[in-house]
Design a protein around this ligand. Structure first.
Ligand code: SAM
Length: 216
């Protein structure tokens, strides 16, 4: 029997997101709609809606649905917002955000992953994601400032460039800690004051770059 992916998505929202405190109705609706199985290898499609991260290529991962949802909710995406994502990976987080905001800018350091994500955006007719290949640990100055910035890789500290590229009232969501485990940090800008809150523990692949970790 073919798998009913729509049903799997509704279950994912009911069982993994709502009980853990994802309450924003726009965010929940988006997770019911975006076909996560299209962002993984066809061999892993049947596992796309399980409660875990999955491998993509180049030793990278598509994050656990709950983690994508938590980061999205902390970003507090508004319909007119311009959001910067560091770490395109599969493109799933960018596709989620594309339905919630005006424009998503996303940066990926592995060219092959960026190319794959670009193909999926085209297949799904996602037209408001602008992407670039390169080191995103220093942000993307050309389109700054951003209403929100989300880093989907673990950083040793909050990159100063990203703080600087936040608009007034902007939100920065970034996992910081060691290479092996991090805490999700939420930084909110008010003028030139930055208020910082530590949210959930998490495990991300390393942010590799000038304001991240050294590469292998
Ligand atoms: N947001 C992705 C998704 O929805 O599939 C998950 C991304 S994965 C956990 C982290 C990604 O960050 C990897 O694809 C990795 O290559 C990328 N990355 C690591 N360091 C980076 C950097 N300095 N600039 C841009 N991308 C980076």
């Amino acid at each position: 029997l073919p798998i009913d992916y729509r049903q799997a998505r509704l279950r994912m929202v009911e069982q993994q997101l709502i009980p853990r405190g994802i309450t924003d109705p726009r965010v929940l609706e988006t997770f019911r709609e975006v076909p996560r199985h299209r962002f993984v290898d066809s061999a892993l499609e049947a596992q796309a809606y399980t409660d875990r991260a999955l491998p993509i290529s180049h030793g990278q991962t598509i994050s656990q649905p709950y983690m994508v949802a938590v980061m999205t909710q902390y970003l507090a995406p508004g319909p007119q917002d311009r959001i910067l994502e560091i770490g395109t990976g599969s493109g799933y987080q960018a596709a989620i955000l594309s339905r919630l905001v005006r424009t998503v800018f996303t940066v990926e350091r592995v060219p092959e992953l960026a190319a794959q994500a670009k193909q999926v955006f085209a297949d799904l007719r996602v037209t408001n994601v602008i992407h670039r290949v390169g080191d995103g640990s220093r942000g993307w100055a050309q389109y700054a400032p951003y209403d929100g910035i989300v880093v989907t890789a673990g950083a040793p500290h909050v990159p100063a460039s990203l703080r600087a590229q936040l608009a007034d009232k902007g939100r920065l969501v970034v996992p910081t800690g060691s290479r092996g485990s991090q805490m999700l940090q939420i930084i909110r800008r008010e003028g030139n004051t930055f208020r910082e809150e530590s949210a959930v523990p998490c495990v991300f692949v390393p942010l590799v770059g000038e304001e991240g970790w050294a590469g292998e």
